[in-house]
Design a protein around this ligand. Structure first.
Ligand SMILES: [Zn+2]
Length: 73
């Protein structure tokens, strides 16, 4: 019985540290921002990069427009 609990704890530990690692990696990417627009691959202006944006200005505007078009409320 104790072995099973140890095993379960190990599994949980692994899952938790894996999830934390993923979160940290994601946070690092978010903090840096994208060097190229993820939509059209245009180089991102430094100012937008440093703000953590992933889309260039035209794509961000297009994205917002689409979001409001398809928004339910
Ligand atoms: Zn773009």
């Amino acid at each position: 019985m104790a072995d099973e609990i140890d095993l379960a704890n190990d599994l949980i530990d692994n899952e938790v540290s894996r999830a934390l690692k993923k979160l940290r990696e994601q946070a690092a990417i978010n903090a840096e921002g994208a060097k190229f627009c993820i939509e059209c691959d245009e180089p991102m202006p430094k100012a937008r990069q440093s703000l953590g944006f992933k889309l260039c200005k035209p794509c961000a505007e297009e994205n917002e427009r689409r979001k409001s078009l398809f928004a339910d409320d």
